[in-house]
Design a protein around this ligand. Structure first.
Ligand code: ADP
Length: 477
């Protein structure tokens, strides 16, 4: 089973302690190695000095043999652990320290001893003691002798193990302190997360205006808090919009229903002539018409919102779609004796869903007819905008839209003049559907209007060969 502490605080501490322990172990290893090397270096220096001392103590006896004179000032008695052997070239032992207790420091020298590396080396005595030994060849007048000097290595290992013990004792203390310190630090660093989590749990759909308090907006947690707050702000905006939409939609649905009901009730109060009943039924049907249009628009919007609308794209001439749209609203224009002219190059193609694009243009034409005076002229003009875009303008000679209303006319249920627009049968959803439809095709809609001097709605779309196949998922606002 894998050990994995549940909270980040403990995980951070664990990692911290593990890393620190490994670093300490590495440090201890390297420090011990350096201590060992430097102690051995000391040993080797002493060995070489001692060889020189022993060389000074050698003298040739009158009988021709070489002997070791203890008369040399340095030769008092070799230091503790100081082991010396001197061999004559014939293989007879000239001197051996008492401390060696008859153990050879390397036995009788070989003939080619002189070729051996004189550098100190480590070896074992027959009794198992580890010694550091150096040897040298020395000439006493014409006689050659082999000198060997050695120290027991116990002192070196003792110092090393004492050092190791100190380290070993300090190790758990350091790790323990690091653990406590690390835990306290992690706790302090992560405390804002706890407080953010507590605040976040209190935020509900009814309290979307609440925000997390941010201590330091520059650090990582502050940035996380800011991102969360931004998300909340977007959620709040979407929620508010949805609430407004639902409230507006129910209000819009209630108005015609109330009208139908009151017209019916009034008609039922007295006995009326068939002509009067026909009038009542006629005005009820008008309200039903309005309800039908409204529910169709709401359906279109909710399908668009849910991202259920799949565009069936084909390359079509924008002028031809404009003609189709115009023929759909022709009757309305004729009623007001308005003239609709369509201008433009029929070769300008867009990659679009014919029905959705046509509906977008119908909505613009319908508004132009509805809000323009009788006998006015409505112009639909298609032209290329550079070599990648094509635009379609719907120009009317209506009352125009006051500039303070212009930014909102594409919003759902927004009407410049509520009462009068209803009278004309507007639902307040036409432009938002148009905007969604055009944006879904990768284009945009803009309005240019001066009060009293007509309005121009401009649809811009990518030309067929430049349109991307991506379609926007968002619904109309
Ligand atoms: P509606 O169904 O009420 O026309 P729209 O979303 O189509 O809803 O339009 C929103 C509002 O913008 C309308 O109520 C109207 O006040 C204004 N508007 C739209 N088109 C025109 C236009 N061509 N001329 C004047 N006002 C317009």
């Amino acid at each position: 089973m894998r050990f994995r502490p549940r909270n980040v605080r403990s995980r951070l501490t664990l990692w911290y302690v593990l890393v620190l322990a490994s670093l300490l172990a590495l440090y201890a290893g390297v420090a011990s190695l350096f201590l060992f090397l430097s102690l051995r270096e000391d040993f080797d220096q002493n060995l070489l000095q001692d060889i020189e001392t022993v060389e000074g103590m050698l003298a040739k006896e009158p009988n021709g043999l070489v002997s070791l004179h203890a008369s040399h000032p340095d030769a008092a008695e070799p230091r503790i652990g100081h082991l010396i052997e001197v061999w004559s070239p014939e293989g007879s032992l000239l001197y051996r320290s008492a401390a060696l207790q008859d153990q050879a420091l390397g036995g009788s020298p070989d003939r080619d001893e002189g070729l051996h590396d004189p550098a100190p080396s480590t070896s074992r005595l027959p009794n198992g003691t580890r010694v550091r030994m150096a040897s040298s060849i020395y000439h006493v007048e014409d006689r050659r002798v082999v000198i060997r000097v050695a120290y027991g290595e116990d002192r070196l290992w003792r110092e090393l193990s004492e050092f190791g013990e100190v380290l070993l004792l300090g190790f758990p203390i350091a790790v323990l302190l690091a653990g406590f310190g690390g835990y306290a630090l992690a706790r302090k660093a992560l405390a804002p997360i706890d407080s953010m989590a507590t605040q976040a749990t209190k935020i509900s759909a009814e309290r979307l205006s609440d925000r997390l308090s941010i201590e330091n907006s520059e650090d990582e947690l502050g940035k996380l808090g800011a991102v969360f707050n931004d998300t909340l702000a977007r959620l709040q905006a979407a929620f508010d919009q949805l609430r407004r939409f639902t409230a507006d939609a129910s209000h819009e649905l209630r108005t015609p229903l109330t009208a139908i009901r009151s017209v019916g009730e009034v008609a039922l109060q007295d006995q009326r002539s068939p002509v009067e009943y026909r009038d009542v039924i006629g005005s009820m049907l008008e309200e039903v018409d309005r309800l039908t249009r409204l529910s169709e628009s709401l359906l279109a919007l909710s399908r668009a919102d849910a991202g259920h609308v799949q565009l069936q794209r084909e390359d079509i001439s924008l002028v031809r779609v404009a003609r189709e749209a115009s023929s759909l609203v022709e009757v309305l224009a004729e009623e007001k004796r308005q003239r609709t002219d369509i201008e433009g190059n029929a070769d300008l193609l867009v990659s679009a869903d014919r029905l959705i694009l046509r509906q977008a243009i119908v909505n613009l034409l319908d508004n132009a007819i509805k809000y323009s005076p009788p006998e006015s002229r409505i112009l639909v003009r298609v032209q290329s905008e550079g070599d990648k875009q094509v635009s379609l303008d719907v120009v009317d000679q209506g009352p125009g839209i006051p500039s303070e209303h212009q930014p909102y006319v594409f919003d759902r249920f927004y009407r410049v003049d509520r009462a009068r627009t209803r009278e004309w049968g507007g639902t307040g959803l036409g432009l938002s559907i148009t905007r969604w439809a055009i944006e879904a095709h990768g284009g945009n809609v803009a309005l240019e209007s001066t009060e009293g001097r007509g309005s121009t709605f401009r649809i811009s779309l990518p030309l067929a060969k430049y349109s991307s196949t991506n379609q926007s998922k968002g619904g109309p606002q």
